[in-house]
Structure formats: structure tokens, C-alpha cells
Ligand binder design. Sequence first.
Ligand code: HAS
Length: 563
Amino acid sequence: MNTDLFRFTKSAKNLNAVLIIIPMVLLFIGVYGGLMQTLFRAGIIQSDPFVGGDYYKGLTFHGVLNAIVFTTFFAVAFGNALVPYALKKNLNSKIAWISGILMLVGSVLAAVVILMGEATVLYTFYPPLKAHPLFYIGLVLLVVGSWIAFYNWVPMYLEWRKENEGKKTPLSVVGIFTTFIIWFIATLAVAVEILFMLLPWSLGLVDEINVMLARTLFWFFGHPLVYFWLLPAYVMYYVFMPKMAGGKLYSDMAGRLVFMMFILFSIPVGTHHQYMDPAIGAQWKLLHGIFTFAVALPSLITAFTLAASLEHAGRNQGGKGLFGWMWKLPYFKKENWFFPYLILGLVIFIFGGIGGIINASYQMNTVVHNTAWVPGHFHLTVAGPVMLAFLGGSLYLVGQFMNKEIRLKSWAMISPYVYTIGLFIMSYGLKIGGLKGMPRRTNTGASYANPDSILYQADWMPYIDMTVIGGVLMFIGIVIYITSFFTTVFSKSRSDDEHAMVTFPISESLHDEPATWLRNFKPYVIIAIILIILSYTPVIYDVIQATYGGSVPYSPDSPVPLR
Ligand code: HAS
């Protein structure tokens, strides 16, 4: 039997297809919202036909659908696919469907409430901006659904370990479990924020809310959230990409070390988003700053390991000299349409990562915080490597789970190039505009970009224009992708037995070190909990000490309280 193929049950295949297709529709609406943002900010349009004239409603819709809904669905579908595949065990479809349905109901609920204008709170849902209770309930359902998906994989893993004593857990499973261990710990804080603070306040059971405490709990969740986005992409880089490039993963141990380091350092860093917030002592901000530099280390290890893997692949194919191997990689091979999604994401991440390290440096942060530089940074991370890997991954998964041949492969291959060019132009505009003081989350269309306004800033105009050009190109890239995606979805299925099976391009490793000290999650989870307690206890203590009373609700469009 070919061990590269695995037969999923029909129910598991249908579920995974649904988990990819429905969020893809939502993503497309969210991406359209992104295009509207750039046009709004440039003053080109005054009103988005979909959300009316409300800039902040559009921004909330764009952020929640793209950054929270699409990513969570993809991570779950990816886990539902890779864990059973790598362990060669069947998914419990009933539990998986329960998780999927909860996620779907939650996301649709949140999206509808946003569209009704009842949850204009942006993707960070900071109080004192207040949403309708159903928005928070929608988010809770989405998160609980994703937890259930994770618990569904645990018995399979334990059973596999019992049957395969002494064997290394497949790297893909290590990566997926790392992603969801981080997600589970991080979402506990946001669950406390929602259940004990936001919901009672939104239901009118209490009048005021402690804004600083809510922000702190949010960022306890919010920074690890970025690694919840990034790690499925890392799984694709480590597990799929070397094989697609025609080589092997340079070091299996490096991959395992990277994932364990993320467990240790992803969480005790959230205060770097609050460097400019009062109520938290400078020494605790310094501690979180140090851990932030620690969490950049696994990405630096990744940069070298993947570069070595790609070099190995390029040399395998006859690449010579110092850089000759680079030209041997399959950048423009239609049959290898997935590779560009990964390699372009990596190139983008060089710049996204450098920006992150700048943000993490306290003094630099004072220059860039709350300016357009920050969206510049996060478009080079979550909208770059993460989005591209998830788009490539979604097309691959839908082909596998619906037994389809990928259609319009040249379109699928060209889309990430168009998107990446647009992304670089847009992010450059945001970053340089930010350095010149252009604020983030501000409806510049109505003010800064309007020559009749007293707030008009001629200095920012070239950069605002760059965001428009880049944003339009990114949108075109996505349209090209969506065309290939839905042409594939609606094409005729392949019915032969081999195509009813699922396969993934799993790379072998060049150096397959035993790395016995990296085989068990437990010690890393325990150390992570200790680091979290050490770093967050004084922060929470400071916040509670320094704040008293609370805030009544506000709306972003109105300077007066809602009541
Ligand atoms: Fe960040 C703000 C610091 C990574 C996302 N970040 C944000 C926000 C988001 C976000 C969404 O310290 C805004 C939140 C908001 O709404 O307010 N970030 C960092 C640091 C890293 C980092 C130190 N961020 C990410 C990732 C994200 C993300 C990943 C999403 C997925 N970030 C910050 C800070 C702030 C912040 C502050 C607060 C700013 C403020 O004031 O508001 C690090 O993890 C980055 C490490 C990365 C590297 C790069 C490694 C390079 C690789 C590529 C290798 C390339 C190869 C290709 C091999 C060191 C792996 C070779 C090419 C060939 C052709 C062969």
C-alpha cells in the first residue's frame, strides 16, 4: 500500500471542505472590505455600498473576518486534515462536525451583528467601545468550537504514542499541537475578559468596565494569537516546502526546537502592545520586552534552517556558486503552483520580522505606536506569509477533500505574485506614512486626504496613494485566486480510487537527529505556565492597583458616551 495516501471518511472530507469553502466566501467579503478601507482613506470614495458610510464598521468587518474568522477556520481544517493523515488514524467525525457547526454559527452571528452596525468595535474589541452581546457570544462559540476540534485530536495522538513507543511524533503533528496548545492557553484570558467583563457590561448588568484590565487580558491573548496565525504557515514551510522545492528539510531537530520555543515564549510578551499604556510598571514592560526578543529567536532559527533546506534543494538541481542555487527553485512551474505561496510569504516575512523587532524596542515603539506603521507591520506578517500560506493551503485542501484536480493552475500560480507586489507597495506606503506621523485607524478619507479639510496633510498624500495602488493590486491578486479556487470547487470530481485518498507533500529530513529532549510537550508547557505566572502576576497586580472605577460605553463615531 502507498503510505503517502490516506483514506478519510466521507463525513470528515465533507466537513473539511465546508470548513474551507464557507470562510473563503467570508474572506472574499472581508478582502473587499480591505479594498474599501484603502479607497476611503484616500478620499476616493465616501461611502462603501456594502456597509454604508461607516468607516469603522467596514474596518471591524475586514479585521474580524480576515484576521479572526478565516484564520481560525483554516487552522482547524488544517489540523483536521494533517493530524489524522500523519498519525494514520480516523477523525471522530461527529465531534468534528459539532466543532465546525459551533464555529460556523458563531462566525455568522458575529458577522451579522457587525453588518447591522451593532458591533463597531474593531478586531481588538477594546472597551469602552461596546458591542451587542451577540457579537461576544459569536466569538465565544467560534473559540469553543476550535477547542473541541483540538480535544478531538488528543485521543488519536495518545493512542498513536502508545502504539509507537520510542518513535518521534511526526513534525506536522508537533506543529499543529503547538499551535493549539498556545491557542488554548491564550484564549483562556480572552474568555475571562468576555465572560466576566464584556458580556455583563454589554448586557447592562454592570454600568462600567475597567478598560486597562480588559486591554491587558486582550493582549495576553492578542500576541499569542499572532503565533496561532503563523504556526500553521510554519508547518507548511517545514513539512511541505523542502519537498516541493525538490530537496529535504535541513534539520528535523531545528523544526522541533522552534515549535517548543514558541510554546515557551509566545505568551509572556503581550505587554509589548501596551508599552504606551499607563498603569503597568516600566520594569514589567522591560521583562515582556526581553521575552519578545526571545520569541523572535525561533523565527531566526527558521530563517537559517529553511534557507539551508532551499539551498540543498537548489544544489540538488544543479545550482552552483554562492547564489546559483536560488535560480533553480520552482518559482514559475504551473504544476508546482503551491510553492510560490510559501516562498513569497517567506520573503515578505524577512521585512515583517524586522519591523516586529523595531516595534519591540521600547524607544522605537514610542515613534511608531498607533501610527500607520503598525498596520504596515502586520500586513507584512499576517496578511503576507500567513495569508499566502493559508490561501495556498486552502486550495490544496479543497482539491484533496473534494477529489478535484486544481483548475486554472497558472492563475493559481500567478496570484501570489500579484498579491505580493501589491502588499509591498501598500505596506511601504503605510510604514513610511506612519513614520511621518500618519495615524492608524483614522478615517483619513474624510479629513487628512481631503484638501478642503483643515486636517489636510499634503505630506502624507504620496503614501496614501501608495496604499491605494498596493491595495488594488492585492485585491486583483485575490480575485485571480478566488477564480481558480471556485473553478476548482465547481469542477467535476475525479472518481477513481486513488483520488478518493488524500495525500500531502511530506518532506524527509537531511539530518534526522534523535532529539529525545524535544519529544514531550509536558516540560515545555509547565515552563511556559511558570513564565506566564511570573510575567503576568505583577502586570495584573499593577493594573488593578492603578485603576479604579471604570468607563461607560462609547462608539467610535461619537465623542459622547452611549449612556
Ligand atoms: Fe507583530 C504589533 C512585535 C511578529 C502581527 N504584530 C502587531 C500587530 C499585529 C502583529 C496584528 O513589540 C498589531 C496589533 C494591533 O492591532 O495593535 N511582531 C513583533 C515581533 C515579531 C512579530 C518581535 N507580528 C508578528 C507576526 C504577526 C504579527 C508573525 C502575525 C502573524 N508586533 C510586535 C510589537 C507590536 C506588534 C511590539 C506592537 C506595536 C504597537 O506599538 O502597537 C517577531 O515574531 C518577528 C520575528 C521574525 C523574524 C523574521 C524571520 C524571517 C524568516 C524568513 C526567512 C526567509 C527565507 C527566504 C528563508 C526574525 C523566517 C529565502 C528566500 C529565497 C528566495 C531563497
